[in-house]
Structure formats: structure tokens, C-alpha cells
Design a protein around this ligand. Structure first.
Ligand SMILES: C[S@@+](CC[C@H](N)C(=O)[O-])C[C@H]1O[C@@H](n2cnc3c(N)ncnc32)[C@H](O)[C@@H]1O
Length: 215
């Protein structure tokens, strides 16, 4: 994993990230569309980063819309999507007048296209795969290590949902095609609120030796 530059998309206040992990990098370039994210992120992490000599650049704006530009400027960085890709289905993309409008298909296509956009750079993501109600008093299972591309109707995915105590119907966050099939991933059950859980998937991919991102 590159250690010089981190590009962090969907940073929010960095609630999920320990300062110690961020301190590994010489520069952190964080993005969030929410104007409150930058002051909260600085409040949580700026002192620790400055102590370590890590430079923090916080960008308030759409980090996904700016991704191609960022990749060109920082092809050696590590790109981390921090619990943001599972939210894309809630943000309707602008309709294309030449294509019948289907926001869910458009989100799936957008998520699939990321692999190509990011090919050549080191990147990773933690994102929601599914979420929903669960049986009361079912303890969350320990993390499950597997490979990306697991469809929810497969016996392995169904067994995982059963372990969480998922009560149908669950919401599909459309992130099944984020990672290239076969990428090692970890599933984690996150007790989001009483009797309600999220299935998180996380993984990362080293930069290919060919080096540059294809845009
Ligand atoms: C679930 S929160 C992420 C939590 C965060 N990683 C943490 O550790 O606290 C998702 C964040 O992504 C941000 N977001 C959504 N779309 C974005 C985009 N296109 N570019 C940058 N940030 C975005 C939201 O404003 C929100 O703060």
C-alpha cells in the first residue's frame, strides 16, 4: 500500500478511522460534500496529524466527480472510499436524455465503471452491501473472509445473512460489482441500531505494475 499520499473519499469527520492509521501517510487529501465535515475532521484528527508531520488537505466537494482529475494529479496515491459507495443509490444521477431513466441501473453502471477508472492505482473501499432488520438478541457474527463478487443468492451469502439474523426484506446497496471478482474481502456485520444491521464489505487492491490509471 502506498504510504506517501492518501486520497480519502467520503471522509466525514473520520469517525471510522483512527488517527494512527492516517498518520502512516505523508499527506492526507480528504473529500466530503458536506461543509460540516472539514471542521469536524480537523477537530478529530488535525492535532495528531500535525504531530506526526502528516499534511492534511480537506476538499469540500464531490470527490467522485473530481476523481479523474485527482487520479491524473496523484497516480501514486492510495485511494480509499470510506463508506461512501453504498450510499450512491440514494443520490440520483442526472438523467441522460438519450437513455431511458433507471436510477438503480445507472448507479450499478457507475459502480462497475469505478474498477476501470481506478485500474493501475492502489485503492480500497469499505461499503454497505446490504442492510435491514435483524432478529432481536442475535449477536453479530465474527468477520467472514471471502472473495468479492459473491451474489446474495449464493449459499455462502445466504449463510452469512442467516448468521446475522437478517429478517427479509433487506436493502441492496448495489455494491456487489465494486471490486473485481476474486479480490480478497472481509464481511463485517455492523449493529447499526437495535435490531438493525448493515453488512459491510471491505477490501483493497495493490497498484498494478503498469503504474498509471486508465481514465
Ligand atoms: C456514511 S458517511 C462516511 C463516514 C465516514 N467515512 C466516517 O468515518 O465517519 C458517507 C459520507 O460520504 C459523503 N459523500 C457522499 N457522496 C460524496 C461524494 N460524491 N464526494 C464526497 N463525499 C461524499 C457524505 O457527505 C458522508 O459524509
Amino acid at each position: 500500500m502506498p504510504k506517501r499520499q492518501l486520497v480519502l473519499i467520503g471522509a466525514s469527520a473520520g469517525w471510522m478511522l483512527p488517527s494512527r492509521w492516517l498518520q502512516q501517510f505523508e499527506e492526507v487529501h480528504a473529500w466530503d460534500i458536506d461543509p460540516l465535515a472539514a471542521p469536524l475532521f480537523r477537530w478529530r484528527h488535525a492535532r495528531a496529524l500535525s504531530r506526526q508531520g502528516t499534511k492534511l488537505h480537506f476538499h469540500t466537494g464531490d470527490g467522485l466527480a473530481q476523481l479523474a482529475d485527482t487520479l491524473q494529479r496523484m497516480p501514486e496515491a492510495f485511494y480509499w472510499f470510506d463508506n461512501v459507495l453504498g450510499q450512491l443509490r440514494f443520490i440520483a444521477p442526472a438523467p441522460n436524455p438519450h437513455v431511458p431513466h433507471d436510477p438503480l441501473k445507472a448507479t450499478t453502471r457507475r459502480l462497475q465503471a469505478l474498477q476501470k477508472t481506478l485500474s493501475g492505482v492502489a485503492w480500497g473501499s469499505v461499503h454497505d452491501r446490504m442492510s435491514g432488520a435483524k432478529l432481536p438478541d442475535t449477536p453479530c457474527p465474527p468477520p467472514h473472509h471471502t472473495h468479492a463478487g459473491l451474489a446474495m443468492e449464493t449459499p455462502e451469502a445466504q449463510a452469512w445473512l442467516q448468521q446475522i439474523g437478517a429478517l427479509s426484506p433487506w436493502l441492496d446497496h448495489l455494491t456487489e460489482p465494486v471490486f473485481p471478482p476474486g479480490t480478497p474481502v472481509q464481511f463485517t456485520a455492523w449493529p447499526f441500531k437495535p435490531d438493525y444491521a448493515h453488512w459491510l464489505e471491505m477490501g483493497w487492491i495493490p497498484a498494478r505494475s503498469s503504474g498509471r490509471a486508465s481514465l
